[in-house]
Design a protein around this ligand. Structure first.
Ligand SMILES: *Cc1c(COP(=O)(O)O)cnc(C)c1O
Length: 385
């Protein structure tokens, strides 16, 4: 009889290799070690040097591969190192199509680094499949998508993009940082590679910078394994362990934060100082139905636009609970002005074209009481006009 596959909530707690066989310790130990004694030259027990592989990192890599439904996971020292590794599966002369309004660091590596190595990019509204189709060139080798996009929370049809790419035999990469495998599993929708800034929801406590990559395709896994060892941008065993500790509580954290985020979105939408609220699946537009068809929830990040007469700096100065910072997905609620903080690597003209102006505010909802968070926003708005 086939055994029932355990739910994700259970697999967050009980994952393969997550305990210590030798001692019964319920947490896998931190192997803070760089090298491993060899029994004879080239003969070892699966580990020889920690850049190549480390037992603690291995458990983390198997953990994320299981959650995303992939066959191989790779851990990196940051989300950007993970994204860079995924992009380096391309070669000089290749072209990539990416979601416009991509995370600022991803935009920067594409336009200010990889461009100089002969990898060119086009940024299009991937929410519009026709626009994706029109952006294909003879040398297009990958499509890189953020859904929902940041900070305007636009949804891309991941099944649709996967289908277009498959017809051309090219790869698709999705940055799943905002939703995590609990709410969206791109590999199950036909996407080839998932990347994460594990710094955000997966770790959840603003104490680790790390990145993850997952794929279910063997040839890509081989190339990523080679790149991980060649680049050497791996996380420390301690950071791998901290990340796993954070991931165990992802289920309750994300549920609580998403619930509060939805309440805050509704509250903001009713405020006279707010002209728009961007939250995946919010409202009844086409985007909402699409989001719900491929994701199990909206997550805990939203954006809103303040009316032109609102003084943004006075609004921010009136907040006591919301932490003004970059980053997201943490236990503490974070408020960001993307145009002045996270999206500075975009030229101003491009930012404005995308609708990322200084009156657009992004919220990452944490685990404080929703009433307190709303009262704090009300206090800020009260002294902003
Ligand atoms: C933060 C972030 C990154 C970059 O991750 P780091 O861990 O900061 O290097 C990439 N993509 C998204 C969507 C992010 O929010």
């Amino acid at each position: 009889m086939q055994q029932r596959r355990l739910d994700l909530l259970t697999r967050l707690i009980h994952h393969p290799g997550g305990t210590c066989e030798a001692t019964g310790a319920v947490n896998f130990p931190i192997y803070e070690v760089s090298t491993f004694r060899q029994e004879a030259p080239g003969r070892n027990r699966g580990f020889d040097y920690s850049r190549t592989a480390n037992p603690t990192r291995q458990v983390l890599e198997d953990y994320i591969a299981d959650l995303e439904g992939g066959s191989a996971g790779f851990a990196y020292a940051s989300g950007m190192a993970a994204i860079t590794a995924a992009l380096l599966t391309l070669r000089s002369g290749d072209h990539l199509i990416a979601t416009q309004g991509l995370y600022g660091g991803s935009y920067r590596i594409l336009t200010q680094v990889l461009q100089d190595y002969g990898i060119s990019s086009s940024f299009v509204d991937t929410g519009d499949l026709q626009a994706v189709q029109e952006a294909f060139r003879d040398n297009t080798r990958a499509v890189f998508v953020e859904s929902p996009s940041n900070p305007l929370m636009r949804t891309t049809d991941l099944r649709g993009v996967a289908r277009l790419a498959e017809q051309r035999g090219i790869i698709t990469i999705v940055d799943n940082t905002f939703l995590t495998p609990l709410l969206q599993r791109p590999l199950e929708l036909g996407i080839d590679v998932v990347v994460h800034s594990a710094t955000k929801f997966l770790s959840g406590h603003s104490d680790v910078v790390a990145g993850l990559v997952v794929t279910a395709r063997e040839e890509l896994a081989g190339r990523l394994r080679h790149l991980q060892n060649a680049m050497g941008a791996v996380p420390s065993p301690l950071d791998c362990w901290l990340l796993m500790r954070g991931m165990k509580t992802l289920g309750v954290r994300l549920r609580q934060a998403s619930e509060s985020a939805e309440r805050i979105a509704r509250w903001l939408a009713a405020r006279p100082e707010v002209t728009a609220v961007h939250y995946p699946g919010f409202g009844d537009g086409a985007d909402s139905g699409l989001h719900r068809s491929q994701a199990a929830g909206a997550g805990a990040v939203l954006a809103f636009r303040l009316a032109p007469e609102v003084d943004v700096d006075r609004f921010l100065a009136g907040l006591r609970l919301w932490t003004l910072a970059v980053s997201l997905g943490a236990v503490e609620s974070i408020i960001t002005v993307p145009a002045r903080m996270t999206h500075l690597s975009y030229p101003e003209e491009e930012r404005l074209r995308l609708g990322i102006d200084p009156h657009l505010i992004r919220l990452s909802v944490g685990l404080e009481s929703a009433e307190d968070l709303i009262a704090d926003l009300a206090a800020g708005l009260g002294q902003s006009v």
